[in-house]
Design a protein around this ligand. Structure first.
Ligand code: A3P
Length: 319
């Protein structure tokens, strides 16, 4: 059996080594730029993941607020288990530890079929994969997908900072300048990108299957957190009761997961999450809407807006 496993792994290695690469660390797979490091995990996820009807998937492109929403969904879905906000797992663990990503090595390594029986229901998984790359079983099951997106300019600026900070750690080449990095992003060469195609893949699905895909913007959540948290709860089939609302449970979750609260916790100031040894502090920078203005020229902003308009206008999506 072992040798069969080895053979399959070899098959994957052959697929991976045949893929076009960019930047020295991204591989072009099924239309998207995936970190070569994570390709075994992606192939294994596609082959082996058996979705459960109760699974909840948080899908995001990197740097759109994944950490925030891991916290929000974890707190929302598990609120009955942790009624006391003073004694919550999020106070002592980073959201990435409590809510791991599907295709990272934690679960799917090489061709091993992972044992996920230790996960309690509903299982919470995060993924950076485009809808087009999700395992068939996720698409076919009635499991729910929450898709978070963010305006492309702020996403890019956040990504640029992050890659400068952790790039060396992960052994990836850091683009020399913000201009070079921005040009790559606009050409679609960005991690898990093209960014716009990533957003479109979920947007289209959410229009057709609104009971399956919940589509939300970072900016909307910043602006009207109460409304959107309640909508999210409804979508996931765990609406807040009147009693919970009167007790302030909606606000408890929002406060627990706020940028100020999470970023000031000891665990997030000093700790490291298990993913590649990245310091937790790297996941919290400014958490503001419109920070791009401090880094991109007006011209760069316009270029990005033009692409967004071209890609999104016809499908009714605006930023
Ligand atoms: P900035 O770099 O613009 O500050 P991800 O979690 O997908 O890696 O995204 C990181 C971005 O989300 C960073 O954006 C980070 O500061 C912001 N962020 C992290 N926690 C947040 C929170 N609780 N509320 C709002 N934004 C948050």
């Amino acid at each position: 059996e072992n040798s069969q496993e080895d053979e399959l792994t070899q098959e994957d290695s052959d697929v991976i080594s045949s893929l076009p690469t960019a930047e020295g660390w991204l591989s072009h797979y099924q239309g998207f730029w995936i970190p070569t490091e994570g390709m075994h995990g992606v192939l294994a996820t596609q082959k082996h993941l058996q979705a459960h009807e109760t699974d909840i998937l948080l899908a995001t492109a990197p740097k759109v607020g994944t950490t925030w929403f891991k916290a929000i969904l974890f707190a929302l879905v598990n609120r009955v288990c942790y009624p006391n906000p003073q004694q919550h797992p999020l106070l002592t663990d980073n959201p990435h530890v409590l809510f791991p990503s599907l295709e990272t090595r934690m679960y799917y390594d090489k061709n091993k079929v992972p044992d996920l029986t230790f996960l309690t229901s509903p299982r919470l998984f995060a993924t950076h994969l485009s809808y087009l790359l999700l395992p068939v079983s996720v698409k076919d099951s009635t499991c729910k997908i929450v898709y978070l997106c963010r305006n492309p300019k702020d996403t890019f600026v956040s990504l640029w900072h992050f890659q400068n900070k952790v790039g060396n750690l992960m052994g990836t080449r850091v683009p020399n300048s913000i201009e070079e990095s921005f040009d790559n992003f606009c050409r679609g060469v960005s991690v898990y990108g093209p960014f716009w195609d990533h957003v479109l893949s979920y947007w289209k699905e959410s229009l057709e299957k609104h009971e399956k895909v919940f589509f939300l913007k970072y900016e909307e959540m910043k602006e009207q957190p109460t409304i959107h948290l309640k909508r999210l709860a409804e979508f996931l089939g765990c609406s807040f009761s009147l009693e919970e609302e009167e007790k302030g449970r909606v606000n408890d979750i929002l406060n627990l997961c706020s940028f100020n609260n999470l970023s000031n916790l000891e665990i997030n100031k000093k700790g490291k999450s298990s993913m590649f040894g990245i310091e937790n502090v790297s996941y919290f920078r400014r958490g503001q809407v419109g920070d791009w203005k401090n880094y991109l020229t007006a011209q760069m902003g316009e270029k990005c807006d033009r692409i967004t308009e071209e890609k999104f206008h016809s499908v009714g999506l605006e930023f």
